[in-house]
Design a protein around this ligand. Structure first.
Ligand SMILES: [Zn+2]
Length: 217
């Protein structure tokens, strides 16, 4: 069923213009990739999530929140600015903790306790909201309280991260080799040699760099 969107017009505009890409292969990875990139030290270059509305727009584009729900949450957040701001800071804290945890996973290192605790905390909040619901002759996990909880847009992220961290797919976790990118992805290529977030983007830039180097030589 397609739901008509009647929420604040501003959100529709943000959804249309939010400069995000979905190349990670898992919700939690695309969530970590909501930055323009990261330099060698891990410092963020251009954060694409600067407000609760940005986070909401990203969730709609990611498919983790439907537009009707997003419209209701946008109105709620406009009334509860304090709470919306606190959800935004939780989102950024979770994103950065996940980035460091996934990097540790790639490098075969143990993640910092503080980062794992951030994930555990968000995971416990999300799990407490899950309900086992009967739908079309089977059972599925749903979130019945979403329309009244501004932080409900975060819930799918820790669930996705926990699923990936505990699955054998973690061995396929990769990081873009582009300069100042650092985006994460699941390498599902047959030979497991994916190097770039996007061949059209970092891949092409590297090709141009190599070509120029060759010309200079
Ligand atoms: Zn890249």
């Amino acid at each position: 069923m397609v739901t008509e969107y009647h929420g604040p017009g501003n959100l529709s505009k943000i959804i249309d213009r939010l400069p995000v890409k979905f190349i990670g292969g898992r919700l939690c990875l695309d969530f970590v990739n909501t930055v323009g990139g990261r330099d060698q030290a891990g410092t963020i270059i251009r954060d694409k999530i600067g407000s609760y509305e940005d986070l909401l727009a990203w969730s709609v584009l990611a498919g983790s929140v439907d537009r009707r729900c997003a419209g209701v949450l946008a109105s709620l957040a406009a009334r509860e600015a304090h709470e919306a701001a606190s959800v935004l800071s939780r989102a950024v804290r979770l994103r950065e903790a996940l980035y460091r945890m996934f990097q540790c996973a790639i490098e075969g290192q143990r993640p910092a306790n503080a980062d794992a605790n951030v994930l555990r905390h968000e995971l416990s909040i999300a799990r407490a909201q899950q309900r086992l619901s009967a739908q079309d002759g089977r059972f599925v996990w749903t979130f019945p309280e979403r329309l009244t909880a501004p932080d409900s847009i975060l819930w799918p992220v820790p669930l996705s991260a926990a699923e990936l961290l505990t699955s054998s797919e973690l061995a396929r976790l990769g990081q873009c080799g582009g300069a100042d990118c650092g985006w994460l992805f699941l390498d599902t290529s047959r030979n497991h040699r994916r190097q770039w977030c996007d061949m059209q983007d970092c891949g092409n830039r590297e090709k141009v760099r190599r070509f120029r180097r060759k010309l200079r030589a």
